[in-house]
Design a protein around this ligand. Structure first.
Ligand code: NI
Length: 206
């Protein structure tokens, strides 16, 4: 797999990404030290993926409203459900502005995350209402991961019923209605704090 993350230019940004990394595996990821970014302004961009209804979409499909985007995989036992439930709690908290955002879950495990399996997954209890699940070919997923500077790595799990797990970044991205990066939220971000920052963003009309 090609390196999803590009050259470092700021130590601060690299540190933020290091905080944002969390494995779904047992061990802390060994790749934190190599995680580097080229700057927040570069985050986001064009992609072609398939939604949970089997419909081909691009980044344009989600424009028109600010977006919260999370990258993960449906087999993830804890990190992804926790993040998506947090997103759901944020949605509930900013009601009635909740429908002013688009909520996206992008798979880093396209091998197992088919549109059919995502269709069920996105309706899980506590996840945001209207959550869109996106998957694609491995190349399409690699491209969108690269665009968002997302780290993920398959990790074999010979002792488990599943063949592998996937260590991945634990970051919720806030993008504006034109698809421009606004800010990240990490595991430590609380629901009230996220809701407040999103409300503040919504006031900008972007
Ligand atoms: Ni996960």
């Amino acid at each position: 797999m090609k390196a999803p993350i590009k050259t470092v230019t700021t130590i601060a940004a690299a540190a933020l990404f290091a905080i944002g990394l969390a494995g779904c595996g047992d061990k802390p990821t060994a790749s934190v030290g190599k995680t580097v970014v080229s700057g927040a302004a570069d985050i986001g961009g064009a992609y072609k993926l398939i939604n949970q209804d089997g419909v081909a979409v691009t980044e344009i499909t989600a424009l028109g409203k600010p977006q919260l985007i999370y990258f993960g995989f449906s087999y993830c036992p804890d990190v992804c459900p926790t993040a998506l439930q947090k997103m759901g709690a944020v949605q509930a908290r900013i009601d009635p502005a909740a429908d002013k955002l688009n909520y996206l879950f992008i798979s880093v495990d396209p091998e197992r995350d088919t549109p059919e399996s995502l269709k069920l997954y996105v309706t899980a209890n506590g996840f945001p209402k209207g959550l869109t699940g996106l998957t694609g070919t491995q190349d399409q997923i690699d491209a969108v991961k690269s665009a968002y500077k997302v780290y993920s790595q398959k990790v074999p799990t010979p002792d488990s019923a599943a063949d592998y797990t996937v260590d991945h970044s634990d970051i919720i991205y806030l993008m504006d209605k034109d698809g421009t990066f606004v800010e990240f939220f990490f595991g430590k971000s609380t629901v009230p704090e996220m809701a407040e920052r999103i409300r503040t963003h919504l006031k900008t009309g972007k």
